[in-house]
Design a protein around this ligand. Structure first.
Ligand code: GLY
Ligand code: MN
Ligand code: MN
Length: 471
């Protein structure tokens, strides 16, 4: 994929002809397994068939993209685009998937340079000595059950293709190969993929449960690491603790974790994670492991860093927990996606009236024309979850945010209360408290299944879980 790499001046040493000659011989074969779940190929084939069925007679082009630049010629570790992974079962290698008008799939990707070629040791982007072995196309095709062809053939294929829709802005090289003739048609492909991905198949649910299970282990690690954080390690130490679990039992973190002690917990996306952890504080930990298949969890717990909630912390925590219970109680096929949010807000409005923060009746507090409670709830109460932590963001409004829940959807439930440290409308003891419980749930025919039920929810259960881990 050398075309994707921005040109920078080379600091590689010139190669004398004698060395070039010497490097061509004396190598045995290289071996590389394909990193994919053996069970995924059949599921991916069904997904491709559904997508092709929506666009009969057309070529559909779904690139994996390339690694983003971190700085100059340093790259972030590569992760294929989620639509590509969903359609191929490949969360590792990358390439460009083309579905022809008959729905037949071809995956275009680079054949790794073989030992005995110059590129094997001189190409810093593709060379095996630079980046490690990669399976040849025959082995890759066998594992993914997709015909694989060299990337060099892609331009010819696309040049000869008739009506073509491309998932644009994923890969500038592929964008340049397919002139824009109908931007609306390309946009429809984006939406179709998001709509299809709203309902998880059985294999995907298994992957999400696996991601949650590893994340639970990461949360346990963080609890065990609290003494080190209190002794000076701070939020950074806990972030590193979770990242080690994510990297060891999964692939990496599915998003920048939020490790927020004290007043940082009131910052919705605090992910600088640079603060100290002090006795008496609460820690809000929002983190998820992305497993090898690229599915991620997204879980939040609030932990009293000394193992015990103060009476005030406990009261606010239990209010958040009741809002979460009420939200989960709304989940079932046929309910509107927004219903669970409104159920949580009703609990919060009543709680904020009880706390004396809202000086009106609960009905007035919930008046859709006013919604003053939102000063302390700030955001929505959840989102779809899958390959992306905020999954299916481009789905049709009528199917997602203004649509009905269906069995097979996986979503988060995460209503929270946030009192900013500088909020002069709340008593001093509430300032800087940020509380959210975030669960990952599967909508089932009967209602819902909490995939993250292995973590404690009530204040009492959080305390006993923490004390069990400390012992
Ligand atoms: N961690 C991002 C979210 O909870 O949506
Ligand atoms: Mn989260
Ligand atoms: Mn979330």
């Amino acid at each position: 994929m050398s075309e994707r790499v921005p040109a920078t001046s080379s600091h590689d040493l010139p190669v004398p002809p004698a060395l070039a000659e010497f490097m061509l011989g004396g190598w045995g074969p290289t071996e590389a397994p394909v990193r994919t779940d053996p069970g995924v190929a059949g599921w991916a084939a069904k997904r491709r068939a559904r997508l092709s069925g929506m666009f009969p007679g057309e070529h559909l082009v779904i690139p994996a993209g390339g690694p983003p630049v971190r700085s100059n010629d340093q790259f972030f570790r590569f992760r294929p685009g989620s639509d590509y992974t969903w359609l191929t079962g490949d969360g590792d290698r990358g390439g460009v998937l083309v579905l022809n008008p008959a729905g037949e799939a071809t995956l275009y990707t680079d054949e790794p340079p073989r030992p005995g070629t110059a590129a094997y040791w001189t190409d810093r982007n593709a060379g095996i000595v630079w980046n490690g072995p990669r399976a040849d196309l025959a082995t890759l095709g066998e594992a993914l059950e997709i015909r694989c062809r060299p990337m060099g053939e892609l331009a010819t294929t696309l040049g000869a293709a008739g009506r073509t829709r491309l998932l644009r802005t994923v890969d500038p090289v592929v964008d340049a190969l397919v002139p824009v003739t109908d931007p609306v048609a390309d946009g429809d492909l984006v939406v179709a993929l998001a709509d299809l991905r709203l309902i998880k198949d059985e294999w995907e649910v298994g992957q999400l449960q696996h991601a949650v299970d590893v994340t639970v282990r990461g949360f346990e690690d963080v609890v065990r690491a609290l003494p080190a954080a209190l002794a000076g390690g701070g939020e950074r130490w806990l972030e590193g603790t979770f990242a080690r679990r994510a990297r060891t039992d999964g692939e990496e973190v599915g998003y920048q974790p939020i490790v927020a002690a004290g007043g940082h917990a009131a910052v919705l996306h605090w992910n600088r994670n640079t603060g100290p952890v002090r006795p008496g504080q609460l820690l809000l930990l929002d983190a998820g492991v992305e497993v090898g298949s690229r599915y991620t969890a997204d879980i939040t717990r609030v932990l009293p860093v000394d193992g015990r909630f103060s009476p005030l912390q406990r009261d606010v925590y239990e209010l958040v927990r009741r809002a979460n219970d009420a939200a989960i109680g709304q989940l079932r096929p046929g309910a509107m996606f927004r219903d669970y949010h409104w159920a949580a807000m009703a609990v919060f409005a009543a709680g904020l009236v009880d706390l004396g923060l809202l000086r009106c009746s609960v009905e007035e507090a919930l008046d859709p024309e006013r919604q003053l409670y939102r000063r302390w709830t700030l955001c929505g109460s959840g989102h779809m979850l899958g390959l992306d932590v905020h999954d299916c963001g481009r789905a049709t409004t009528a199917r997602y945010v203004e649509g009905e829940l269906q069995a097979g959807m996986v979503l988060t439930v995460e209503p929270g209360l946030y009192f900013q440290p500088n909020d002069e409308l709340v008593p001093a003891e509430l300032r800087g408290l940020g509380m959210r419980i975030e669960e990952d749930l599967l909508v089932t025919e009967e209602g819902s299944q909490n995939l993250s039920a292995a973590l404690p929810r009530t204040a009492d259960d959080v305390e006993s879980w923490m004390s069990g881990l400390a012992g």
